[in-house]
Structures are given as structure tokens and as C-alpha cells.
Design a binder for this molecule. Structure first.
Ligand code: ZN
Length: 434
């Protein structure tokens, strides 16, 4: 580590310690959920950042149980209920939806974190930002939209518009920046293609993707970049955590916004903490996949401390060539931990399957079913080919790729055009038949 980077890291740590201390002080005094948890762990007075490793983890199941037992809002509230002005809900992809309340200050903190994503993607005041999500209790739309407005951009909602209408608005009103899930970004391309519309030649100069892993998968990113003729950026956040991950423009790197989040790295199989990979080490660093554990420092109204995010990726130590002193995920979030399966002793995630399908090319949409309780996981694919694609050669191309990369024989079924589901928010292409 260079001296400059070491100094930057030191300053960052001091800032985190100060913010953590102030948060813990209020939370220990007024927040019933954390006060009980911390007292049980032996903390009669507010913990400091140095105590973090001795504090218990927080899980989504635990928060859901708390909201069940103390319906409807649960007890993770630092202030009187009257102070809260917004409520959002998680998508419920992994269980029952959580309700999440914000005070004006907590909400502004969330937007400030989102601004890092816009800055990392080079978004400026003159940009027109089209946010292609419906209005709903999903926090992603509101934060992306309001943060764009606060930056001085023209914020363009997509609301209830159909995919075709969205394409028209983007093209007619000169959107420069598209915010969408990677899946929906591809869906818009497919729809434009079917209508003879040219997105690559449009005013869109960049796309920003969140809501699911994907924009960090090189093959998906390439498809988006070519389709829009644009730079493609990744973003990561969660309703209960905040907008924690932002791009910097170097490769497929997603920085953790450490000014506002303390990051820990955790090996799910051993239950032990992990060290981030040092990409500058002389020996080639082995990929270390772990689960991201986050503590947010500015959402005092309803914080998470040592939260097991369920997001899996490869954390690299600070020292990115972009000049930021924060750690980053190489390739972004690779998967949700619950979606993992094992093939010949190797962990496989849906994003690996996704990467191979995109690499094969010529696939409009697909669906996979995975039997993972067998001695060796079995995967079956159903694919919808692009118009004019020879389905026989697509099938053998896919089978060869899976055989070659994952040593996996994957039966491939060809689906009729338009028969597989399309997604706007969280793609749900994987069925796990246990
Ligand atoms: Zn960077």
C-alpha cells in the first residue's frame, strides 16, 4: 500500500469511527431492537467501531420476525413513530416483504449515497435521466429519481407506461441516461429491435443498472453496451441497507461506499471472516467469494449493524486505479447466496449460467431449473432464440459451453417466440427443484 493510500484509509477509518460512535450512542439509548441485541451480547454502554466484531450479526429473517411479533413496523426504530415520513417495502424475493421506515434525514442520506453512483457514472446537471421502473413500494425507483433531480438533472419517470411507450419517451425526449435492471435493459433492446428502433444511435450515452446482479457480468455488459452504444455501469443497494455500491468506470468494479458503510467479508461455509483479495500482490490472488456484511452509518432512524446482505462477490482491497481509497467488488455482486448450487465441488451461481447463455449469443430470454439436492446439481435450460436463429446450432453451442466451462451436461429445450416471461424488476429465471 502506498503512503498516500494508507493515509486515505486512516482518514476513512477515523471518519467511520466517529460516525459509528454517534449512531451507536443514539441507537443504544432509543432503539429497542438493537438495544436488546447489544445488551444480550454484553454491551451495557454504546459500542465503538473497535467493538464491531463482537457485536451480533443482523439477518433479514430476524428483522422479519421482529415485524411479525411487533406488527406492523417492528422495533428497529430509533425515534418516535411521528418522526418517520416514508415507508417502502422489500421485494419479497427471499421471503416475506419487510417494511422500512425513513425519517427526512435518513431519506436524504439514502439519496446522498445514490449520488455517488451518478458521480461514478459521470452523470451531470445537463443529463436527462430516464428511470425505467414503475411507481411502487420498491425503493429503487424513488431513490434513483429523486437523486437525479437533486443533482440538477432532468428526472424522467416511466411509471405505468408500456415498454413501447417507454421507448418512445426515451427517444423523443432525448434521454441521455437509462436507469433499469440489467434484465429490463435487455428487454428494451429486444422491443426496440422488433420495432426497427435504433437505440445505439439514440441520445443515450450511459446505462446504470441495479436491482439484481448482471451489469457486472462481462457478457451481459457487452450486450448492453453494444445495444445502446453506451457506457454501462453497475449499482448496488437494498431497501433495508441503502445504496452501498457505486461504479468508478474501471472495468466491472463496484466500490463499496465506505464513507457511509463499514464493510466486512464473510465465508458462509466456515462462518469465519475473510480478508479481501489484494489485487496488487505479486502472486496472483485466488478468487475469494464471500458474503458482504454491512453496517450503515447515516440511517439512524432504522439502521442495520453487521447485516448479512446475502450478496456474494469477490472483495478486493483498496487500491483501484481510479484513485478512490475504498474497497471494491471485482465483477460486482455475483449472486444472492441462497441461489448457489454446487457442481463437482465448485460453487455455481445463476450469474455464471447467465454469463454462458449471453456468451452463446442469439438468446432473447431463457429459464433454468436446477436440482441441487442431487449428488451433483442438474441444470436444465429452456431458451427462446432470436428471430432467424438456427435452433439446432444454438442448442449445441449452449451445450458445448456448459460442458467446457462447468463440466455440466445441460439439456436445452427450445421455447416458442414470446412464450417465456419478461421481467421489469427482479428477474426470476431460476427454479430450484430440491
Ligand atoms: Zn475504482
Amino acid at each position: 500500500m502506498t503512503d498516500r493510500l494508507a493515509r486515505q484509509r486512516q482518514r476513512l477509518r477515523a471518519r467511520q469511527a466517529d460516525r459509528f460512535g454517534r449512531m451507536a450512542e443514539q441507537v443504544h439509548r432509543h432503539n429497542p431492537f438493537y438495544r436488546a441485541k447489544w445488551r444480550e451480547a454484553g454491551f451495557e454502554s454504546p459500542p465503538t467501531l473497535d467493538d464491531l466484531a463482537d457485536l451480533p450479526f443482523t439477518t433479514k429473517e430476524e428483522l422479519a420476525r421482529d415485524q411479525d411479533e411487533n406488527a406492523p413496523w417492528g422495533t428497529n426504530l430509533t425515534f418516535p413513530f411521528e418522526r418517520y415520513v416514508r415507508v417502502h417495502r422489500t421485494s419479497g424475493t427471499t421471503g416475506k416483504p419487510l417494511r422500512w421506515l425513513d425519517t427526512p434525514a435518513s431519506w436524504q442520506w439514502f439519496l446522498d449515497c445514490w449520488l455517488e453512483t451518478y458521480r461514478g457514472a459521470g452523470v451531470e446537471e445537463a443529463d436527462r435521466v430516464f428511470v425505467a421502473f414503475g411507481f411502487g413500494p420498491f425503493v429503487g425507483f424513488w431513490t434513483a429519481f429523486e437523486a437525479a433531480q437533486q443533482l440538477g438533472c432532468l428526472a424522467m419517470p416511466a411509471g405505468h407506461l408500456s415498454t413501447e411507450q417507454r421507448l418512445r419517451v426515451m427517444l423523443d425526449d432525448g434521454a441521455t441516461t437509462l436507469v433499469a435492471t440489467p434484465t429490463y435493459g435487455l428487454r428494451l433492446l429486444e422491443a426496440a429491435d422488433g420495432r426497427g428502433l435504433d437505440l445505439a444511435g439514440s441520445s443515450i450515452v450511459r446505462t446504470i443498472h441495479g436491482g439484481e446482479p448482471g451489469a457486472g457480468v462481462a457478457a451481459v455488459k457487452r450486450q448492453l453496451a453494444e445495444g445502446y452504444g453506451a457506457m454501462v455501469f453497475d449499482h448496488a443497494g437494498a431497501t433495508e441497507v441503502g445504496a452501498w455500491g457505486h461504479p468508478c468506470g474501471v472495468g466491472e468494479r463496484l466500490h463499496v461506499f465506505e464513507e457511509e458503510f463499514v464493510v466486512e467479508w464473510f465465508d458462509r461455509s466456515t462462518g469465519e471472516p475473510l480478508e479481501p483479495v489484494d489485487p496488487t500482490a505479486s502472486e496472483a490472488a485466488q478468487p475469494v467469494l464471500g458474503e458482504l456484511v454491512l453496517t450503515n452509518l447515516g440511517r439512524i432512524g432504522s439502521p442495520v449493524v453487521r447485516y448479512r446482505t446475502g450478496d456474494v462477490g469477490r472483495l478486493c482491497a483498496a487500491g483501484c486505479s481510479c484513485g478512490r481509497a475504498t474497497m471494491y467488488l471485482d465483477g460486482g455482486v455475483l449472486a444472492r447466496a441462497d441461489d448457489m448450487f454446487i457442481v463437482r465441488g465448485i460453487n455455481v451461481y445463476p450469474s455464471a449460467v447467465d454469463a454462458l447463455v449471453r456468451e452463446a449469443g442469439g438468446v432473447v430470454e431463457y429459464r433454468a431449473s436446477v436440482r441441487r439436492r442431487r449428488q451433483m446439481a442438474e441444470v436444465e435450460l429452456e431458451v427462446e432464440p432470436e428471430a432467424g436463429m438456427d435452433s439446432g446450432s444454438l442448442r449445441s453451442r449452449l451445450q458445448d459451453l456448459f460442458e467446457e466451462r462447468l463440466s455440466l451436461r445441460v439439456p436445452v429445450r427450445i421455447a416458442d417466440a414470446g412464450s417465456l416471461p419478461r421481467y421489469e424488476l427482479k428477474a426470476n429465471r431460476f427454479t430450484f427443484l430440491d
